[in-house]
Structures are given as structure tokens and as C-alpha cells.
Design a protein around this ligand. Structure first.
Ligand code: PMP
Length: 309
């Protein structure tokens, strides 16, 4: 079985401790009821050294995810930011994936979480392409899932909560078992929501289209970056509800997320999308995106935070 590429230290409630000592009690609230809130971000090796993509926005979203569930994080945004930077520096990682997590710890084991302590950990480790090495160029084959995203009045999709990922696991397992790289879920209105861990875009007649935050999606930071870069490149960007069949007949479809970055989709349910390979608009957006993450183009938006002190 594949193993996490371990680093040496994990930031655990304010202190760096050895990787294997970062443990919690089996009767912690989070283990039973999914009460965790987390982020996933990438730190890139740029020509000026390691730099995290949109660190402040990820920290803001972590606090927002917690706020929805009445979780008070016992650290300030600045302390979490320093904790992330310190974790990467101490582990001497030049590029990595970073995973801060806030959870309800060991205390009472009632469904009511309010008596449990809130704890925070930050892990970071080396991580390559999420859906495989060639996919950024060749694209992925995906399916529409038989699993539906939870309705907005069930678990709110805008909170990146651990419990939401039970639904993501069903979507992803089904897709992989059926020979696809990823699944796209519909929402309870029967319209497109997102992949198990990424937002979705389509391109039609040079217009870049994604669905709105009311379609049971996470407010992706890559989604927001793609929308900004596409507008700056002169494309019209539209947020609208997307019926499933609009994907099949689109010129291009791509995923956007911290893990998948900007990944073309070449088929959905074995229907070829556009030319069946990465389309020109996707390529342009990838070049703009990776220009910033590699440090090759100037970071005019202030999206990169250098790790070195
Ligand atoms: N949707 C879901 C369900 C996700 O897990 C993620 C990954 N965080 C995304 C979308 C993309 O968000 P981001 O671009 O901020 O990584």
C-alpha cells in the first residue's frame, strides 16, 4: 500500500514534535463524528526558493470553515501562518503539500461538540502530481458519479470539513473501481457540482464557465485564481448553473484545485470532450498558473509567500 512520504516533524498545538508522536486519543470527538476542518495547499520550488501559493486565503478559509461549525481556533491567523512556515522550514522541504487541520479533541463524547477541546496540527510532505504524472498535458478520463453531493441544508459545502469527505470518498472510490481517474458529482438539483476534491470549469466558444458557490461546491482557491487569470487574459468568465450535458458538448473541460492544479478532462462517461486532448484555453490558463507557481512570471497579485525567513 502506498505510504505518505513522511517528513521529520509535525506542528502539534503550537510545538514541532517528531512525526510519529503526533497522535490523538481514539475517543476524540473527531474520530467519531467527523468534526475536523482542514486545508490543503501547495508549496512550490520557485527561482527565489520555496513559496506557498495563496497562503493567506487558505488560512482565511480555514477560519471560515470553523466559524460555520462554531469552532474557535485557539491560535491567531498569524500564529497559524508562522506555524506553517516553521513546519516547512524545519522539515527542510523545498516543495510540498501542506495540511493544517483543526479538530474537536478528547473530552466528552456526546454529539454536542461544544465541551471538547479544539486542537490544531500542521503536516507537510513531498507530493507530486495528484492524478498521475502525464495528466497535466494529456488530461484525465472521468465519469459523472452515481453519488450526489449533499444538499446545502445538510453539510454546508463551503466549510472544508472532514465529514464532507465521506461523500468525496464514495465518489472517488466508485470512479476508480470503474476505471476512471475521478468522478464528478451532481447536486440535489441534478446540476453539476464538483469532483471529489476539485472544482470544474468548461470552455464554450472561448467563454470560461464555472458553477456558482450555491451549487454545493467548495469555494476553491484555485477556482478563484483561474477566474482571475482568465479574465486578465481577456476571456469572458461566467458563473452559472451547469447541466451535465453541457460538459459533454463543451469545447474544453478542466479541473481546478490545489492538488490537481489545472488538469484537462479529455473524456466524461467515455464521451470525448472537444478534441480529446488539452484544449488551447486550458493550455493558456495552465501557462499563466504555472508561470506564477514556478516564479517565472512576476507575482503581480502577491499570491506567493516565500518560506525562507
Ligand atoms: N472542492 C473540493 C471538494 C475540494 O476538496 C477541493 C480541494 N480543497 C476543491 C474543491 C478545490 O479547492 P482549492 O482550489 O482551494 O484547493
Amino acid at each position: 500500500m502506498a505510504k505518505l512520504p513522511e517528513a521529520e516533524f509535525i506542528w502539534f498545538n503550537g510545538k514541532l514534535i517528531p512525526w510519529h508522536e503526533a497522535k490523538i486519543h481514539v475517543l476524540s470527538h473527531v474520530v467519531h463524528y467527523g468534526s475536523s476542518f482542514f486545508e490543503g495547499m501547495r508549496c512550490y520550488e520557485t527561482n527565489q526558493g520555496a513559496a506557498i501559493f495563496r497562503l493567506d486565503e487558505h488560512i482565511d478559509r480555514l477560519f471560515d470553515s470553523c466559524k460555520i461549525y462554531r469552532v474557535e481556533i485557539p491560535f491567531s491567523k498569524q500564529e497559524i501562518k508562522e506555524g506553517i512556515l516553521e513546519t516547512i522550514r524545519t522539515n527542510k522541504l523545498s516543495s510540498c503539500y501542506v495540511r493544517p487541520i483543526v479538530y474537536r479533541g478528547y473530552g466528552l463524547l456526546s454529539v454536542d461538540p461544544l465541551g471538547c477541546p479544539v486542537e490544531v496540527a500542521i503536516g507537510a510532505w513531498n507530493w507530486g502530481a495528484y492524478l498521475g504524472p502525464d495528466v497535466l498535458e494529456n488530461g484525465v478520463d472521468v465519469c459523472v458519479s452515481s453519488w450526489t453531493r449533499p444538499a446545502p441544508n445538510t453539510h454546508p459545502a463551503l466549510s472544508k470539513a472532514g465529514g464532507n469527505y465521506l461523500n468525496s470518498q464514495l465518489i472517488r472510490m466508485e470512479a476508480i473501481e470503474n476505471g476512471y481517474s475521478e468522478g464528478i458529482a451532481l447536486n440535489t438539483n441534478g446540476l453539476i457540482s464538483e469532483g471529489s476534491g476539485e472544482n470544474i470549469f468548461l470552455v464554450q466558444d472561448n467563454t470560461v464557465i464555472t458553477n456558482s458557490l450555491a451549487s454545493s461546491v467548495l469555494g476553491g482557491i484555485t477556482r478563484n485564481s483561474v477566474m482571475t487569470l482568465a479574465r486578465e487574459a481577456g476571456f469572458e468568465v461566467v458563473e452559472q448553473e451547469i447541466p451535465r450535458e453541457m460538459l459533454y458538448i463543451a469545447d474544453e473541460v478542466f479541473f481546478a484545485g490545489s492538488a490537481v492544479e489545472v488538469t484537462p478532462v479529455r473524456s466524461i462517461d467515455r464521451i470525448t470532450i472537444g478534441s480529446g486532448t488539452r484544449g488551447p484555453v486550458t493550455k493558456t490558463i495552465q501557462e499563466l498558473f504555472f508561470g506564477i507557481t514556478t516564479g517565472q512570471t512576476s507575482d503581480i497579485h502577491g499570491w506567493m509567500t516565500l518560506v525562507k525567513s
